[in-house]
Design a protein around this ligand. Structure first.
Ligand SMILES: *[C@@H]1O[C@H](CO)[C@@H](O)[C@H](O)[C@H]1NC(C)=O
Ligand SMILES: *[C@@H]1O[C@H](CO)[C@@H](O)[C@H](O)[C@H]1NC(C)=O
Length: 309
């Protein structure tokens, strides 16, 4: 989820695509660097495992990513003062992170109350990482909240119910799960406000992924999507075109004819059409809080991205 938005953000800013750090050798990070890892958590793996939240995916937590960043600074930017300069001038996209912590807890059937207890811990972890980067010179942060998981194919499938009261009549999304995503957003925003007061010289922008995506489900026709775009474009059947064990990307599953009519790509990720609208809603629209100020864009951000200095 994270990765596609990075692409659209880079494209919008007139920057080249941001190369991933992990798995790249001798890469050139002049144009930015992406420390995202598929399946990464905010909290340490051992911490989640101790709470019975086991997962077979990566152990690269936010802390591990931050350490990799610090260790690789000399090769990215050279001397400590050059690195401070670089960090001061960087747009730091902090996340989306935390969603997988919750996903893994849901996958092992933890109750919603227990999962909610993770929220302040996830948010403190994000906040500490921001504070650490501020100490290293960081000045501009874009910090995303969570997705409306109650509209996600995976959750709609796994938490399907005959109790129609659990569904939002307009969108067909699961209300209690969306409430969870909104809750995370509220708590994160409160923490970001606290940080903003503590560090008035820093710009901390909240990226409201929740509403940037949710409004596509509320008014799908307006954006060229099909009515009730809740099923996956690439799937092998089931009420939301998602079948466990027959996932998109395996040779038996093909994609739909026109992905631009779909919000959901494979049950977990969104389509490019949806990510593009989300990115636009954040960079140009009302889903960045406070909104971006592009008044210096043509002389500032855009040129520095397209010239080789
Ligand atoms: C993560 O896993 C890799 C390989 O499985 C291991 O080498 C590494 O030490 C682990 N790192 C942490 C922080 O647990
Ligand atoms: C489910 O995915 C397949 C591709 O595997 C696609 O052809 C089909 O139209 C999708 N079904 C729905 C209901 O969206």
């Amino acid at each position: 989820m994270f990765f596609s938005l990075v692409l659209f953000t880079a494209e919008f800013l007139g920057l080249p695509l941001v190369p991933p750090f992990y798995g790249s050798h001798n890469a050139n990070f002049e144009k930015g660097v992406n420390f995202a890892v598929g399946g990464a958590t905010a909290l340490e793996r051992s911490f989640l495992e101790d709470r019975g939240i086991h997962f077979p995916y990566t152990n690269v937590s936010l802390g591990v990513q931050l350490n990799s960043f610090k260790e690789s600074l000399p090769s990215i930017c050279g001397s400590p003062s050059d690195c401070r300069d670089m960090i001061e001038n960087a747009l730091i996209l902090m996340g989306e992170i935390g969603g997988n912590d919750y996903n893994y807890a849901f996958f092992v059937d933890k109750g919603i109350e227990e999962i909610k207890e993770l929220m302040p811990l996830v948010i403190t972890t994000i906040s500490s990482a921001i504070t650490e980067l501020i100490g290293m010179g960081g000045r501009t942060f874009l910090v995303p909240g969570e997705f409306p998981v109650g509209c996600s194919v995976l959750y709609l499938t796994s938490h399907q119910t005959s109790n129609m009261e659990e569904y939002d009549p307009l969108t067909g999304c699961l209300k209690w799960l969306n409430k969870f995503g909104e809750n995370h957003g509220e708590q994160l925003r409160a923490e970001l406000n606290r940080l903003q007061k503590l560090y008035p010289h820093v710009n901390i922008i909240y990226a409201d992924y929740y509403n940037a995506l949710f409004h596509l489900y509320q008014e799908p026709a307006k954006f060229g999507f099909m009515n009730r775009p809740l099923s996956a474009c690439c799937g092998a059947g089931g009420p939301y075109n998602y079948t466990v064990g027959r996932k998109c990307g395996t040779d038996i599953v093909e994609s739909c004819d026109d992905p631009s009519k779909y919000v959901a790509w494979d049950g977990v990720h969104m389509t490019e059409a949806a990510y593009r609208l989300m990115a636009e809603g954040i960079l140009n629209g009302p889903y960045a809080i406070p909104p971006f100020d592009w008044s210096c864009r043509s002389s500032g951000v855009k040129n520095s991205g397209s010239s080789d200095t």
